[in-house]
Write a protein that binds this ligand. Structure first.
Ligand code: SAH
Ligand code: SF4
Ligand code: F3S
Length: 480
């Protein structure tokens, strides 16, 4: 099907920085062209999502639109008629994985030219990626950006009818679209967007460019979505934003995340979570709301990135190690059983070993219950990527290992403390390693395996912990 590319729009990183744009809300239902319904009848789709929860939520919306067109879901990438790779650009290795997958699809397309292969997500918000794909991966038919998702039906129609390779990647966000169809990936846990984009511009990070200006959904739209999920029996709802604490600030009418979180908690969903909190504007009100409602999980993901003030300044994180520790102390004073997790970047340009040791010191101070660790990866067009870096990759990976060791101690201690206690577990799946075991998560987001059967999936059960394996726990089902 691939022919000459038709460029409708291309991303421009300078334009992606723009923040003084008006945002409008659009509650109209989407319409599906009749010709597309005829085309999609009897056909299947497959979506492979890389990256964060924002991308998974986008997958659900796109799946919803495809099902409305008449496509049905396939679990096999090789046999699907429409194959979509929903990409992530946060680190180099995320992009390498995607390129590998695009490469694999070449023979799939050669065997059957009627298949449509598409790319979307954060990676294609970069012009150089589009150029590479158009040039080297001629089997890709459609490329569309994070701000073009709602145009999926008309874009597909164009690819099908005009037999073009279509590129449509806008630099700026359009309206906030409500009422888009959605095919949720889980029947018991759900992600609900509360805001899109990010205005923090941490100097290493590509997300403010790929996802655009920070913009909040209307409170009533968020609440209505949560009510629908509650009424459909969902056990867990996670409120999603790159920086949830900034929720509502763009309305300039006093709307706050603390207020939204309280209103969602009042709906009575058994488990309410939120992701991600920036340490810079984590308010006292938020702490009070988390403390007050038993159904708000006592777990906060609080990315620290580094424990050194100079590195934090160069990262544009807007807090110091002292103010971060004060925040942790304040949270622990009001919510003593809180579990804390974090994200850490090792090897920011020119980070010295002494500066790195401040991060290890931070880990030992906070005693994180869990953590995600990354080696710094330069991202084109971000300010940090301009800095000439004198630290070798070997040195960076040595520090990375040292950090992982320090975390193993705090995570191990936190898991060991749970042995002999009983916890509520939301059961998610059969254990990957042992088909007689079920797996699920505690309130503090610890992974627990226990003997059980599949009828428990989607239920909250009580499990007594018998063994700790640092990053997972083994327990046994107990009757109430
Ligand atoms: N908005 C969230 C998530 C951002 S991406 C937040 O602020 O926490 C998730 C994590 O990826 C970040 O917290 C950071 O630790 C990591 N990350 C982002 N850009 C990176 C880069 N260029 N190199 C390495 N890690 C990066
Ligand atoms: Fe990236 Fe910083 Fe925004 Fe998180 S807060 S998405 S790390 S710019
Ligand atoms: Fe990746 Fe985009 Fe999320 S870069 S981490 S998919 S916002």
């Amino acid at each position: 099907m691939a022919n000459k590319p038709l460029y409708k729009s291309l991303p421009d990183s300078k334009l992606e920085r723009k923040r003084n744009i008006d945002i409008h809300f659009n509650h109209e239902q989407i319409t599906i062209p009749e010709s597309l319904k005829k085309f999609a009848k009897g056909k299947t789709y497959f979506i492979h999502t890389f990256g964060c929860q924002a991308n998974y939520r986008d997958e659900e919306i796109m799946a919803g639109m495809l099902e409305k067109m008449g496509y049905t879901k396939s679990d096999d990438i090789n046999s699907a008629d429409f194959i979509l790779l929903n990409t992530c650009a946060v680190r180099e290795n995320a992009e390498q994985k995607v390129y590998g997958q695009i490469g694999n699809l070449k023979i799939v397309k050669e065997k059957d030219k009627t298949k449509i292969i598409a790319l979307c997500g954060c990676m294609v918000q970069q012009k150089h990626v589009i150029e590479t794909v158009i040039d080297k991966y001629k089997h890709v038919d459609l490329i569309f950006g994070t701000h073009n998702i709602d145009e999926l039906p008309s874009m597909l129609e164009e690819v099908v009818l005009k037999k073009v390779r279509l590129v449509n990647v806008k630099s700026l966000p359009g309206d906030i679209r409500e009422n888009l169809p959605s095919a949720r990936l889980s029947k018991f846990k759900a992600f609900v967007n509360i805001s899109y984009g990010c205005d923090k511009f941490c100097t290493y990070c590509i997300v403010p460019y790929t996802r655009g200006k920070e913009r909040s959904r209307l409170m009533e739209d968020v609440i209505n979505e949560c009510k629908e999920l509650r009424d459909a029996g969902y056990k867990e709802v996670t409120l999603l934003g790159q920086n949830v604490n900034a929720y509502g600030k763009d309305f300039k009418d006093g709307t706050s995340f603390a207020h939204l979180l309280e209103e969602v908690a009042k709906l009575g969903i058994p488990r309410v979570r939120f992701l991600t909190s920036h340490p810079w504007d984590f308010t006292e009100d938020m702490i009070d709301v988390i403390a007050k409602y038993p159904n708000i999980m006592k777990y906060i993901h609080l990315p620290v990135q580094s424990g050194n003030d100079e590195i934090l300044r160069l990262m544009n994180r807007k807090y110091t190690s002292k103010t971060y520790k004060e925040l942790v102390d304040k949270i622990r004073a009001k919510i003593p059983n809180i579990a804390l997790s974090t994200d850490i970047i090792v090897g920011f340009p020119n980070e010295t070993y002494e500066e790195f040791l401040d991060t290890v010191e931070m880990v030992n101070y906070v005693k994180y219950d869990s953590a995600f660790t990354f080696i710094y990866s330069p991202r084109k067009n971000t300010p940090a990527a301009e800095i000439k870096d004198n630290v070798t990759p070997a040195e960076k990976s040595k520090r990375f290992k040292e950090l992982v060791k320090a975390l193993e101690v705090t995570v191990g201690e936190s898991s060991a403390r749970m042995v002999n206690n009983t916890y509520d577990i939301l059961v998610e799946s059969v254990s990957e390693k042992d088909p007689t075991m079920m797996s699920g998560y505690t309130e503090s987001n610890k992974l627990v395996h226990f003997k059980g059967d599949t009828s428990l999936i989607g239920e909250i059960v009580k499990v007594k912990i018998n063994e700790s394996h640092t990053y997972s726990l083994i327990g046994e089902l107990v009757n109430d």
